[in-house]
Design a protein around this ligand. Structure first.
Ligand code: ATP
Ligand code: MG
Length: 167
């Protein structure tokens, strides 16, 4: 059994980690799609695809699943997005997502979609973590330690503040 899980992972946080931990018990292989891969250095998309690959690789070292983390650029037209995704990924039979557009696009093409439970959605949220980074509040406890290390290595908080224009 091979499954597909997609997110922007700006950044990869403990909500994503919890979801993947539970998916890993149900599947043999997991394809992790890194969405909006072409975007970076924006206030809502600060990290590059390569940096997000690195976050995921290090964060999942403790999880026993064979995974592929693959950058997926946005398409200009939503109706071709599913065929674009499947042209760039190993074949899969199930999609795990809570994103309404992703659910709609896959279900229209007859792919089975499962919606994983949300974990502490108020805090385990990319939007909340980026807000905390900008405001100078605590955020490292909301991401795997390995992700905090990557963000430090790339000076990610400084970048986010600069592209937000708040320096
Ligand atoms: P943003 O606020 O930037 O949209 P996000 O926290 O929603 O970030 P995404 O990368 O958009 O993160 O999410 C990828 C997938 O993970 C989506 O299907 C999303 O619903 C799911 N997800 C996000 N946060 C959680 C969470 N706390 N628990 C479970 N699933 C989550
Ligand atoms: Mg989201």
């Amino acid at each position: 059994k091979r499954a597909f899980y997609i997110g922007r992972f700006q950044p990869f946080h403990l909500g994503h980690h919890s979801v993947i931990t539970s998916i890993a018990e149900e599947v043999d292989e997991l394809i992790i799609g890194i969405g909006s891969a072409q975007k970076s250095h924006e206030v809502n998309n600060p990290f590059t695809a390569g940096e997000r690959v690195m976050m995921i690789r290090h964060a999942l070292e403790d999880i026993d699943v064979h995974f592929y983390a693959l950058p997926i650029d946005d398409t200009l037209q939503n109706p071709i997005w599913v065929s674009y995704v499947t042209s760039r990924t190993p074949p899969f039979d199930t999609v795990y997502t809570n994103n309404p557009l992703v659910i709609e696009l896959f279900e229209e093409t007859g792919v089975k979609v499962k919606q994983p439970p949300m974990y502490h959605r108020n805090e385990y949220s990319g939007t909340e973590i980026r807000r905390r980074m900008l405001e100078g509040e605590e955020w490292k406890h909301l991401v795997p330690d390995a992700v905090a290390d990557v963000i430090e290595e790339i000076n990610g908080v400084r970048r986010l503040r600069r592209v937000a224009g708040t320096d």
